[in-house]
Design a protein around this ligand. Structure first.
Ligand code: PMP
Length: 444
């Protein structure tokens, strides 16, 4: 398998080097929060695949829901006014639970095209409201909003930009709230005030609110290193956007579906965005699907304008009935105990990670619910980033793997955790104990 993989399977570009120099591991099967590789080695999946298998592996009822839908109707398009039962039901069930008046749901295949769709919808929205000059977009440093060519410009990871003149001239960034390394210090009020001032300043630089279409934020920045803003940050940014008539997009591709506790992190933040994007936990990774929620005023504008303007947007696999059937079953599982279990397990995870704070390598512990990170440093006082050149993060990933733990090892010494919500106490304890072992080995 590994030879065939090398010869033929193209991995995500960010993994090329890993693939060529460090080899490939084949995951053969999984159950609950445990994955087994092709050599029989068992590991706790502390990262739920790629922050997505929120429900855990091996739910027969999800398999049944997919199989039943495959037999009944494996495909239906949403074009030409057509639809399918599971897609309509899923949209209705999600709208019922979404914050505020996010009553309208557009289904995509994953997170990147959900973000791309918002860019398009937002441009249409302002055009239809006679404000075509509002065409500038703002997001955060250390943000991640997908890998498609357009969405990648909102993403702030340089590796996703090379060679494409991305970010485009209309895509702008303001600094992250990054509480651990914020130049204004870690006082919540100071961090919030700094972000608000930076947003206002950026809007002014771009020619004022009449030029700015939208601001994008993740309730917790995921791929940037699990950066948790202070309580009230999302609300403060939302309020500025409302005041300036700038659309606010909450990207909940990671934070949605129980990752931080509730179905949507925005509910906890007391924020109703104009758009909310999800993917990953929507189908718990069993089949691909993403979605864009839009608020009543956005939908009404788009619906009113759609007949009169040249607008076009849609995918062959939008609202795929099999994905929708899986989404409905996954939602039933979340509400049948998984969210509750995730909240308990998340408290245990945070407590366990906090107990590692005194470890000589641990500079910061942060997270909310089942989304967490520890940031390794060489010098705690100076917050000197880890790893040193001799300790690439892949080495830490490998060590954890050998210790029976899958984590995300970010390049800058941040270890990321996003375990399935079905974790038992002993899964969480194994994550903590294997992390400690891995850190001790890293220190040696
Ligand atoms: N937005 C956020 C916040 C994400 O974390 C991701 C993926 N990690 C995406 C968008 C893109 O989603 P996908 O990989 O499903 O295209």
């Amino acid at each position: 398998l590994i030879d065939l993989d090398r010869a033929h399977l193209v991995h995500p570009v960010a993994s090329y080097r890993t693939h060529e120099q460090l080899g490939v591991r084949v995951i053969a099967s999984a159950s609950g929060a445990t994955v087994t590789d092709s050599t029989g080695h068992q590991l706790v999946d502390g990262f739920a695949g790629l922050w997505c298998v929120n429900a855990g592996y091996g739910h027969e009822s999800i398999v049944e829901a997919a199989a039943k839908q495959l037999r009944t109707l494996p495909y239906a398009t949403g074009y030409f006014g057509l639809g399918s039962e599971p897609a309509i039901e899923l949209a209705a069930e999600l709208a019922k639970r979404a914050p505020g008046d996010l009553n309208h749901v557009y289904f995509t295949l994953g997170g990147s095209d959900a973000v791309d769709s918002t860019i398009r919808f937002i441009r249409y929205y302002w055009n239809m409201r006679g404000k075509a000059a509002k065409d500038q977009f703002i997001s955060l440093e250390q943000g991640y909003h997908g890998s498609s060519t357009i969405g990648a410009g909102l993403t702030a990871l340089p590796a996703f930009h090379a060679g494409f003149s991305v970010p485009y001239a209309w895509q702008h960034k303001i600094p992250s709230h990054n509480v651990y390394r914020n130049p204004v210090g870690s006082d919540p009020a100071a961090v919030i005030a700094a972000s608000v001032a930076q947003l206002r300043q950026k809007v002014a630089e771009l020619g004022g609110p009449e030029r700015v279409a939208a601001f994008y934020a993740e309730p917790i920045q995921g791929s940037g290193g699990v950066l948790v803003p202070p309580t009230g940050w999302m609300k403060a940014m939302r309020d500025v956007c409302r005041e300036l008539d700038i659309l606010f997009v909450a990207d909940e591709v990671i934070t949605g579906f129980g990752r931080t506790g509730p179905l949507f992190a925005c509910s906890e933040d007391d924020v109703v965005p104009d758009f909310l994007t999800v993917a990953k936990g929507l189908t718990s990774g069993y089949v691909p699907m993403g979605a864009v929620f839009m608020s009543e005023h956005v939908y009404q504008t788009l619906a009113d304008g759609a007949g009169s303007s040249a607008v076009g947007h849609g995918y062959t696999y939008s609202a795929h009935p099999v994905s929708a059937a899986v989404g409905l079953e996954v939602l039933r599982l979340y509400e049948g105990g998984l969210l509750e279990n995730g909240r308990k397990a998340g408290a245990r995870l945070m407590e366990g990670l906090n107990s590692l704070k005194n470890h000589p390598l641990v500079g910061d512990v942060r997270g909310r619910g089942m989304l967490a990170a520890i940031e390794l440093v060489v010098d705690k006082e100076k917050k000197t980033p880890f790893p040193a050149a001799a300790q690439p993060s892949r080495r830490i990933f490998d060590r954890a793997w050998n210790n029976g733990l899958v984590i995300r090892a970010f390049a800058d010494g941040v270890l990321g955790y996003a375990p399935p919500l079905c974790c038992t106490d002993s899964d969480i304890d194994a994550i903590i104990q294997r992390t400690k072992l891995t850190l001790d080995q890293t220190l040696e």
